[in-house]
Design a protein around this ligand. Sequence first.
Ligand code: SAM
Length: 224
Amino acid sequence: MTDIFSAVDGYIEGLFAKEDEALAAAVADMKAAGMPGISVSPVLGRLLFVLARAVRARRILEIGTLGGYSAIWLGRALPEDGGMITLEVDPRHAAVARKNLARAGLSEAVEVREGAALDILPRLIDSGEPPFDFIFIDADKEPYLDYFELSLQLSKPGTMIVADNVIRNGAVIDPARAENPAVAGVKRLSDALAAHPAVDATIIQTVGVKSHDGLALAVVREGR
Ligand code: SAM
């Protein structure tokens, strides 16, 4: 990314998102385990934290754990009696995440549930799981719209649903890349959000130490 965006990201990080020992160790452990460097950045982690606080989230759901980096940020936004479930299909990722969450003192508050999200989400719905206040979608991109529709069934008015990577370096406006499955997946979600009767939504572009991307933000309407 452009130098000025990275430099300003560093400035914001220095002000609001300095990594403590638990976050830095989580990054180091993910690297040591050979996991891809696709966690949210510190500044985006802080944004998730602030958004979760804004909706006073007591129950958080995350789809796509990796090594638990964003889960640490989100887990820290919870009140003492709050709880979070984060879904991860890869058992090796889940194992690293559990260790990282334990180091951050979040083992009790954050449960890493192993399996494919498209299997687990319907089970959560069928078992009568109470609604979540904040939902972060950050797994494989093709089923993003399915994740959103299932998330809606686990939400209530005021729930904030956030989906990462919906701009993909501008690929979403490039006709030459429209067939790419990940691009098509996030576009299906964004198109649906723009017209969806159950939510008020928008997208913010994100720049900084990670590549140019975007977060879709949706708030569930009253009386949907
Ligand atoms: N949210 C994490 C963070 O910022 O620290 C990063 C998540 S990473 C971008 C995506 C994760 O989703 C990977 O660990 C991947 O194994 C997981 N994943 C991919 N497909 C999945 C699926 N069908 N169900 C659950 N997790 C999945």
